[in-house]
Structure formats: C-alpha cells, structure tokens
Design a protein around this ligand. Structure first.
Ligand code: FAD
Length: 285
C-alpha cells in the first residue's frame, strides 16, 4: 500500500528505519530486531542504502529479508551513487515484482574517504533527478529527505527549501526529516513549507540519544545542533554509559512527547537496528 494513502488513514503511528546488515550475524540480529519491533505495528519499515560502504545489492538483500515478515510495508532507500538509468529500471522492476509500492529517493552522501566526489558527474546528480525518473516509471509512492536546520551543503535555508520544493513538484509524496534535537527547528520547517505552498506529510526523523560522543560526531556531519543543556547533561555522565544512555532516552521521550503535544501524530525512528531503546521510548510515549 502507498504511504501517502496509509498516512491519510492513520494520524498516529510510528515508522522504523533500519540499515542493511553485512554479515550472517547481522542478518540474524536484524530479523530479531524486526520481530521484536513489529508488535508496535509500524506503518512502514525503511531500509537505508549506501551508508557505511554498503551497496544497493546489500539493501535489496535486506529488503528481501524484511519481506519475509509479511505484515510490513517496506520502503527501500535508493541513492544516486553509481546509478545508471538502466540499473534504476532493473531495481524498480525488481521492487515492483516483489510487491513494493514505496521508495525513498535520496542523493546519498559521497563515498567514504573521497572528499572531492562530484555528484554532477553521475547520471543522477540530485535527488530531484531520481524523483523525476521514478515518477516517470510510475507505480511507486516517493519519499524524500528534508532538513530542519538546512542541508550541510546548502548556501541558505531558503535555497535548501527551494530545492526541497523542486523534489515535491517533481512528484515526491511524503518527506522524512533529518534528525534534530530541538523541536523548534522542525516546527519552523513545517511553517516555512506551508508558507511556500508545500503540502505533503513531513515525518520527523528521531534519533534516540544514547552515546553522546557518537551522536555528536554524526550531528556534525548532518548539520544538526545539539542544545547545550543536553550536551552538558550527557557529559556529566561521562564514563557511566548506562546512566548516560538513561539520560539520553529520557530526553528522546520528552522530545517525542512534545511533538505529540504539538499535534504530530507520526514519527520516523532511526532505529540503528537497536530494538531495546526504541521499545523503551515507545512504551513511555
Ligand atoms: P538533494 O535533495 O539532492 O540535496 C543535496 C544538496 O544539493 C542540498 O544541499 C540541496 O540543497 C542541494 N541541491 C538540491 N538540488 C539542487 C540543484 N538542482 N542545484 C543545486 N543544488 C541542489 N544517505 C545515504 O547514503 N543512504 C540512505 O539510505 C540515506 N537515508 C536517509 C534518510 C533520511 C530520512 C535522511 C534525512 C537522510 C538520508 N541520507 C541517506 C542522507 C542523504 O543522502 C544526505 O543528506 C545527502 O547529502 C543529501 O541527500 P538528499 O536526497 O537530501 O539530496
């Protein structure tokens, strides 16, 4: 079923993002994770592509694993990296034949270790190019990424929003935000989108805060700020990983509660394939 139709019917729910495993041990862990999170009846489970040196084939393989869990709506991520029009058609044919109705269309990050990588030399330079081709192919409901604090390469928030609008005008049906730790950035993004006449669902992307040093590293790459009071609280538990994790989870619970209080019904969790933390958060909210 298409996510845009699911979102019309459900105004309260969760979606989970997973990353594809690279080993048999990782595959077994992913199956356990899915089984344990499936009870929350997510309205979709998405599978990343390309991050951490994985390939499209590894994503396809992980998607097949998820498909064995029948009741899940799967959303494979697709990136521009090393993608030709022929490969895109093969991928879409494969996903369509497996009963998949939704795709998350992304440009992707440059490959690790190549600082001067130029996306303009690719067949698909920006996510919008991918959206146009998937739309032309037909069948799929398309999701795209948006950035509450602006994408790291964008010259301004206005520029970034203009490019986001191009993706939506080209046919994107829904969007998922980059992680944020200060909800005001997300509310302002919704405001700015509304003023620009953009009217598609924008799910907040929530990363549970656990290990502050890892989150800080990730946040700096993603152009996400961590509020000072959170950083200080987390730092006060340095050397006490359990206490730090507990404080982080409590923060994420409050963050989700604030979203719900402000009328946000659907939340997309970046699970990092860790069910225990997600379950704790869901139970609390
Ligand atoms: P785009 O929308 O193409 O934007 C990229 C940059 O180019 C932006 O700065 C934008 O402002 C600018 N831009 C856009 N169009 C134009 C134009 N026509 N001319 C000039 N500038 C332009 N990465 C992965 O590798 N794999 C994943 O599975 C993955 N999943 C993600 C899931 C979510 C929910 C999010 C938020 C991000 C995800 N990412 C993933 C990261 C994403 O690929 C990176 O942030 C990437 O750098 C940008 O992708 P995009 O699709 O937003 O690109």
């Amino acid at each position: 079923m298409k996510i845009r139709d699911i979102l019309k019917q459900n105004n309260k729910g969760v979606a989970f993002e997973f990353f594809p495993p690279k080993s048999d041990k990782g595959r077994a862990a992913l199956i356990r994770t899915i089984k344990s999170l499936k009870v929350s009846k997510p309205f979709y489970a998405s599978m990343t592509c390309g991050a951490g040196g994985t390939t499209q084939e590894i994503t396809q393989d992980a998607v097949s694993l998820l498909l064995e869990e029948q009741e899940l709506e799967i959303v494979p991520h697709l990136t521009c990296l090393d993608l030709s029009p022929e490969k895109l058609k093969d991928l879409l044919d494969d996903y369509k034949s497996k009963g998949i109705d939704n795709i998350m269309a992304l440009r992707g990050d440059p490959p690790e270790g190549i600082s001067n990588f130029n996306f303009l030399n690719q067949d698909f330079s920006y996510a919008v190019d991918l959206v146009k081709s998937i739309k032309e192919y037909g069948h799929f409901c398309i999701g795209v990424a948006v950035y509450p604090e602006g994408h790291i390469e964008a010259l301004s928030l206005d520029d970034d929003l203009e490019y986001a609008k191009q993706k939506i005008d080209a046919g994107a049906d829904f969007a998922v935000s980059q992680m944020f730790f200060d909800n005001s950035h997300y509310y302002k993004l919704l405001d700015r989108m509304q003023k620009k006449g953009i009217d598609i669902p924008v799910l907040p992307g929530i990363l549970p805060l656990t290990d502050i040093s890892k989150v800080k590293q990730f946040a700096s790459i993603c152009h996400t700020t961590i509020p000072k009071h959170i950083e200080e609280t987390m730092a006060s538990f340095a050397g006490k990983p359990q206490e730090q994790e507990e404080a982080g989870i409590n923060f994420t619970i409050k963050q989700c509660q604030d979203l719900i209080k402000n009328g946000v019904g659907n939340i997309h969790f970046f699970t990092l394939n860790k069910p225990r933390i997600i379950k704790t958060i869901l139970e609390a909210i």
